[in-house]
Design a protein around this ligand. Structure first.
Ligand SMILES: [Zn+2]
Length: 91
């Protein structure tokens, strides 16, 4: 399944998940074939936008996104990467 997340090129390898995407970033991920839907997370006790498996509709919670996907793929040069431009927490 296609997973979207953003690496912050700020020197400390920070990243953000779809729950923190802005409208532009959400639409961009969707245009690349990523399925994003609002889901309720029992772990976090809240609803947020998450990556969804188009096959079984399971979602990847923020809690698991890092351990199960991001670490494994962070240094995979074959994965498509897109420059999303400037990002600021305040916007
Ligand atoms: Zn699935």
């Amino acid at each position: 399944m296609k997973i979207s997340w953003m690496r912050l090129n700020n020197g400390d390898y920070g990243f953000i998940t779809p729950s923190e995407f802005n409208e532009n970033e959400i639409n961009f991920a969707k245009s690349k074939g990523v399925l994003l839907e609002m889901r309720y997370s029992r772990t976090a006790n809240e609803r947020y936008l998450a990556n969804i498996c188009p096959d079984c509709r399971a979602f990847v919670g923020d809690w698991f996104l890092f351990d199960d996907y991001i670490i494994e793929y962070m240094y995979d040069e074959n994965l498509p990467k897109y420059d999303m431009g400037y990002y600021c927490d305040n916007e």
